[in-house]
Design a protein around this ligand. Structure first.
Ligand SMILES: Cc1cc2nc3c(=O)[nH]c(=O)nc-3n(C[C@H](O)[C@H](O)[C@H](O)COP(=O)(O)OP(=O)(O)OC[C@H]3O[C@@H](n4cnc5c(N)ncnc54)[C@H](O)[C@@H]3O)c2cc1C
Length: 423
């Protein structure tokens, strides 16, 4: 009987929330351990671009990226930046990051592994949102990738080849046909690829909080505390130590986003997890504007209509968690939005703008870690989802529940093993 087994879920961003919901659906006793407000700003899951895209199979590190590194160091306005003072500390992670995308064969393997997490992500999210009584949180209007022209699209050939190889389908639009799909787009973008299967979440923070409410309504518990360690006897987990005392349990899942690195180390697992810091700006109070989420090829920003307004999310800033935010990066996103949607320039001046910075929990190869810990088979890792944590969370939850129930997951999980870091 699963009801006899008590599972602690450490961290309640989208990954922890989905894991907790999947475990409680299988009638395990679930306790969520989370120090912050669930769905709150401390989590990457609050402020992401809200895209649930089967097309997010292209890793950040691709062949030839190393040639662009000097530019990233010198240009503070590009989509990827490395803060100079932190370069020595980040160098080991950066080298692994560049090596992971050094050849097309490596990138193809990564894309295939990502596809196993993403290919049915919109359907899984729709099912979950319906189960928690909030189907309207997931919008299924497709996702539009836009380019200045067809030749710019062609020069991104590797990305679209990887997508095609992994079963992603899209429709191409040009000129007036593109503007019919999204009338707010300015003349800077004349070519687009619409991934009709793609979906987005209209309020990612509220989604996480609602999943947690559903878990609690089903008998789960929430301990508002930080996990600080593990009590293990003869290899079996006895409980999770927290800032508010011990939570006795039979198994635990580490889903603490960027905070997972420390917890994994306590289990003897040294995972190269780094923060790829990202930003968003939300333009609130818009009465009209874009209706379809748009990703721009040059600024790599996701422009997503949400309940709070148009959210422009993006930027990759390689710097430690402790470094203070550089709000100029959120302002850059606003500048790009004004170029993408010229008709909104005045609205940008008039509307209320909020800014946010958060930490993508990123491994060098862009794949999460889903594996049993070295300290005890009862402690599972489920973190490191980098750029795709929202989209990949339901499939992650399926894999975790399979491992806890000692069943074979629906897909090959070897790419997510800890062993890949030990070579
Ligand atoms: C700008 C930006 C845009 C993005 N866009 C997208 C997108 O469009 N689509 C997509 O799929 N992904 C996107 N992502 C990535 C996605 O947001 C992350 O991969 C995902 O949110 C990670 O979820 P998580 O639950 O692992 O971590 P988090 O959401 O960070 O949650 C971790 C939780 O663990 C808690 N915690 C930390 N330490 C402890 C501890 N010791 N004990 C207990 N709890 C602890 C934290 O308080 C936090 O609530 C984006 C990210 C950013 C920053």
């Amino acid at each position: 009987m699963t009801a006899d087994r008590h599972i602690a879920v450490i961290g309640s961003g989208i990954v922890g929330a989905c894991v907790a919901a999947a475990l409680s659906a299988e009638t395990y006793r679930v306790t969520i351990i989370e120090p912050g407000p669930v769905g709150g700003e401390q989590a990457a899951s609050f402020g992401n671009g809200a895209w649930i895209s089967p097309a997010s199979v292209v890793p950040m590190s691709v062949p030839g990226l190393w040639k662009k590194v000097p530019g990233y160091l010198l240009d503070p306005t590009g989509p990827l930046t490395i803060r100079w003072p932190y370069l020595p500390a980040m160098l080991p992670w950066l080298v692994r990051f560049l090596l992971s995308g050094f050849t097309e064969a490596r990138v193809e393997r990564t894309a295939k592994a990502l596809a196993s997490l993403l290919s049915d992500a919109p359907a899984r999210h729709r099912a979950l949102a319906a189960r928690i009584g909030q189907p309207e949180l997931i919008a299924s209007r497709g996702l539009l990738y836009v380019y200045p022209d067809r030749s710019a699209f062609a020069s991104d050939g590797l990305s679209w080849r990887l997508r095609r190889q992994n079963g992603v389908r899209w429709t191409e639009y040009e000129g007036a046909a593109l503007r019919a799909v999204e009338p707010a787009l300015g003349p800077g973008y004349d070519f687009g690829a619409l991934v009709a299967e793609g979906a987005h979440c209209v309020d990612p923070g509220a989604y996480v909080a609602s999943i947690k409410d559903h878990v609690l309504a089903g008998g789960g518990q929430l301990v508002t505390a930080a996990a600080t360690g593990f009590s293990v006897a003869k290899g079996r987990l006895r409980g999770v130590e927290t800032s508010k005392g011990m939570v006795d349990c039979d198994a635990a899942v580490i889903c603490a986003g960027i905070g997972s690195r420390r917890l994994a180390r306590l289990c003897g697992d040294n995972v190269p997890l780094c923060s790829e810091r990202g930003y968003h700006a939300v333009i609130g109070g818009l009465h009209s504007g874009p209706s379809i989420p748009v990703m721009t090829s040059d600024s790599k920003s996701a422009n997503t209509p949400t309940r709070a307004g148009l959210r422009i999310a993006g930027q990759v800033e390689i710097a430690p968690v402790r470094a203070s935010p550089d709000w100029r990066r959120a302002d850059l996103l606003l500048k790009h939005a004004a170029a993408t949607y010229p008709s909104m320039r005045d609205a940008l001046q008039a509307c209320g703008i909020t800014r946010w910075m958060g930490h993508r929990p990123s491994t060098p190869d862009g794949l999460p870690v889903m594996d049993r810990s070295s300290l005890s088979p009862d402690i599972l890792h489920a973190f490191g989802h980098g750029h795709v944590g929202l989209a990949a969370a339901p499939m992650t939850a399926h894999i975790v529940t399979s491992l806890i129930g000692k069943r074979e997951p629906a897909s090959d999980i070897r790419p997510f093993s800890l062993r890949r870091f030990s070579g």
